[in-house]
Design a protein around this ligand. Structure first.
Ligand code: KG4
Ligand code: ZN
Length: 351
């Protein structure tokens, strides 16, 4: 049940000129609260990371993440309001990531958002984390409008999507096993770089050369689907074999070779998808979009194919609440996403 007043407030947003949305993101190891105006202008975006807490475990411990979201969320909200110079009375709606992610972590954000919305009598907008990552690009590129092809590459998802408009998309291809980010994290662990893996592989690879060839069965050659478990296993086997032979591993070359394989797979299939769908705009979203080598490969390949490339600024590549506020704005403009107080968290979302 949604209070009639709240429902009216939500549908009035369709015609309201200036909309300020306060969003909450707690799907993994960042507690983030942001206030965004009209989906494109960040008034504040506070991200409190738990990286130092999880570092010693070599990865995110879900229970520990939930506990730390609980202790951080009120202060992060206060900081977001302070940075924006606004008070709760200036806010038009509360948005929250309901999935995908770690259930315990998500529940902290969902419950906090529900309480805020209830106490303030504001509409509550439930946002998919995936839609949020895509929307990060609307903040970074003020003139970007759909339609376009999106390469979604995060720790939990890898997919090629056709974005038809701000609120609807269709799936062109997806990973049949691991996400690209997951493979980065695994390779980092095998090489002894620890957590968070992606940025560490990215940095070390800059000192190496892509000279190791990983032969892969290419059963997905003519498909837009990806597979990254094979390359992950190939890296693990390479490390074991070389160690058994008593050979020193050149971790920089190994990271560069792995990255080269992943970036070329992502680029080749995505550019094909753009061409086959008659799209001249490619948007990249999700944590792996922070990868400097992927950016270089995509820059070169899109230029060759007459495709315009859009990637979020570095601070918006990984998890943050501003992207959730942006997605919520475009949903609210279409009258979508209004949630009641029975909203719960979901570990997965439809791609
Ligand atoms: O989008 P994100 O912050 O969280 C999810 O929604 O999953 O993505 C996290 C993933 C991790 O797997 C992380 O290793 C990867 O993004 N990542 C990177 C880089 N920065 C983050 N992967 C490669 N290079 C990077 N610079
Ligand atoms: Zn994410």
């Amino acid at each position: 049940m949604i209070d009639k007043n709240v429902e009216n407030k939500f549908y009035e947003l369709k015609n309201k000129e200036i909309i300020k949305i306060l969003a909450i993101e707690s799907s993994c190891d960042e507690t983030s609260v942001a206030i965004v105006e009209n989906g494109r202008k960040i008034l504040s975006n506070i991200v409190s990371t738990q990286i130092p807490i999880h570092e010693r475990f070599g990865g995110v411990v879900p229970e520990v993440a939930s506990r730390n979201h609980i202790t951080a969320i009120s202060n992060v909200t206060r900081a977001a309001l302070k940075e924006s110079g606004l008070g709760f009375s200036d806010i038009d709606a509360i948005a929250v990531t309901y999935g995908a992610g770690l259930i315990g972590a998500l529940l902290v954000g969902v419950n906090f958002a529900k309480s805020l919305a209830y106490a303030l009598g504001l509409p509550l907008v439930a946002v998919s984390h995936i839609e949020g990552h895509i929307a990060a690009n609307y903040i970074s590129h003020k003139d970007l409008t759909p339609p376009f092809v999106c390469l979604m590459v995060s720790g939990g998802h890898t997919a090629i999507l056709k974005i038809d408009d701000y609120v609807s998309h269709s799936l062109i291809g997806t990973t049949v096993d691991d996400a690209a980010g997951e493979a980065f994290d695994k390779v980092a662990r095998v090489v002894g770089l620890g957590y968070p893996g992606g940025p560490k592989v990215d940095n070390l690879a800059k000192e190496g050369l892509p000279c190791i060839v990983f032969k892969q069965k290419d059963s997905l050659k003519n498909s837009k689907n990806f597979s990254f478990s094979g390359i992950k296993t190939a890296v693990i086997n390479y490390v074991h074999n070389e160690t058994q032979k008593g050979n020193q591993i050149n971790a920089a070359d190994l990271c560069a070779s792995f990255e080269d394989y992943v970036a070329n797979e992502l680029s080749r299939k995505t550019i094909d998808a753009c061409c086959e769908n008659g799209q001249t705009k490619l948007v990249v979203a999700g944590g792996v979009s922070a990868n400097s080598y992927l950016k270089k490969v995509l820059n070169e390949e899109t230029a060759k194919n007459g495709i315009e490339l859009f990637m979020p600024e570095l601070s918006l590549c990984t998890d943050n609440a501003a992207m959730i506020a942006s997605a919520a704005y475009f949903m609210a403009k279409k009258g979508l996403g209004l949630s009641d107080y029975s909203l719960t968290a979901s570990s997965s979302v439809r791609l």
